[in-house]
Ligand binder design. Structure first.
Ligand SMILES: NC(=O)c1ccc[n+]([C@@H]2O[C@H](COP(=O)([O-])OP(=O)(O)OC[C@H]3O[C@@H](n4cnc5c(N)ncnc54)[C@H](OP(=O)(O)O)[C@@H]3O)[C@@H](O)[C@H]2O)c1
Length: 243
C-alpha cells in the first residue's frame, strides 16, 4: 500500500515565509503544486516574496509575537494541511557573566512563544494527515562558549517538538535543525564580516562550507510528505555536531 502525501493541491502555511529558509520552503512546496500561504511581520517583504513564489501563493502580514493577531489569522484562514514555522531573529550570543537576563528572556519570544502560539491556534485547522514542522538550530546540540541562552532556546524547541507530537497526534510534529545557513538572519553584520563568518565556519565543517536555504528547505518538505515520523528533529549542519 502506498502511503504518504504528495503536496499537489495541499495548503501549506509558512510562518516566516518571506525570507531565507521559509521562503525556500514556500517556493519548493509551490513548485510541487501546493497552495502556499506565507506569513511574516512585514507587508512589503511578504508582497515581494509572494511575487517570487508566483502561482497561487498568498501572503499576509502578521506579527508572530502578537497572540491575538495569530489567533485571528488562523481563525480566518480555515482548513489547511501543513504548518512550517521558520520565523526567527538574531541569536542572543553573550557569555553568561555579561548576559542581561531581561534581554535573555526575550530570546524565547519569537522562536519559542510565537511558535507555540502558531501551533496552538493553527493546529485545530490542520486536516487529517497534516503535519507541523518547527525550526531549531545546532546551537542546542553543539554549543560554543557564549551560546548558553541560544542553546537553551534550541533545546527547548526540540523538547517542544516531542511533547507536541504526543499531544497533537495523529497530527505529526517534527523539527528541522540547521547549522549556519546563508540567509538574511545574518544581515545585521556588515558584508565583509558576514563573508568571513561564512568562510571560517564553512572551513571548520566536515562538508567545508555553510548551508544554503534551498538545501535546508528540502527537509521540511520531506517531513511534510513522508507520513511516518513524529516527534523527531532532522539535523542539517554540515557535520557541525561532530567537530
Ligand atoms: N540562517 C542560519 O544560519 C540559521 C541557523 C540555525 C537556525 N536557523 C533558524 O532558521 C529559522 C529561519 O531563519 P532564516 O535563516 O531563514 O532567517 P531569515 O532569512 O531572517 O528569515 C526569518 C523570517 O522570520 C520572519 N520574522 C522575523 N520576525 C518575525 C515576527 N516578529 N513575526 C513574523 N515573522 C517574523 C522574517 O520576516 P519579516 O522580517 O518580514 O517579519 C523572515 O521571513 C529561524 O528560526 C532561525 O533561527 C537559522
Amino acid at each position: 500500500m502506498q502511503r504518504g502525501n504528495d503536496l499537489q493541491q495541499k495548503r501549506v502555511v509558512v510562518v516566516g515565509g518571506s525570507s531565507g529558509i521559509g521562503l525556500a520552503v514556500a517556493q519548493q512546496a509551490a513548485s510541487q503544486g501546493a497552495k502556499v500561504v506565507i506569513v511574516s511581520s512585514n507587508a512589503e517583504r511578504i508582497q515581494k516574496a509572494v511575487e517570487r513564489i508566483g502561482g497561487e501563493a498568498q501572503g499576509q502580514a502578521v506579527e508572530a509575537s502578537d497572540e491575538r493577531a495569530v489567533e485571528s489569522f488562523f481563525a480566518k484562514l480555515g482548513p489547511f494541511d501543513h504548518l512550517a514555522f521558520t520565523a526567527g531573529d538574531s541569536l542572543h550570543l553573550h557569555e553568561l557573566a555579561s548576559t542581561d537576563l531581561q534581554q535573555a528572556r526575550r530570546a524565547f519570544e519569537l522562536r519559542y512563544w510565537s511558535a507555540l502560539a502558531a501551533v496552538k491556534y493553527g493546529s485545530p485547522h490542520i486536516r487529517k494527515d497534516g503535519s507541523i514542522v518547527l525550526t531549531t538550530g545546532v546551537a542546542g546540540r553543539r554549543p560554543h562558549k557564549g551560546w548558553t541562552v541560544a542553546a537553551s532556546v534550541c533545546g527547548t524547541i526540540e523538547a517542544l517538538t516531542r511533547a507536541l507530537a504526543v499531544e497533537l497526534a495523529p497530527i505529526r510534529v517534527n523539527a528541522v535543525c540547521p547549522g549556519v545557513v546563508r540567509t538574511n538572519l545574518w544581515q545585521s553584520m556588515d558584508a565583509d564580516a558576514r563573508e568571513n563568518l561564512y568562510e571560517s565556519v564553512g572551513k571548520s565543517l566536515l562538508v567545508g562550507r555553510v548551508g544554503e536555504a534551498c538545501e535546508i528547505a528540502r527537509a521540511y518538505l520531506f517531513l511534510m510528505q513522508e507520513g511516518y515520523s513524529t516527534g523527531q528533529t532532522v539535523v542539517l549542519d554540515g557535520g557541525a555536531v561532530l567537530v
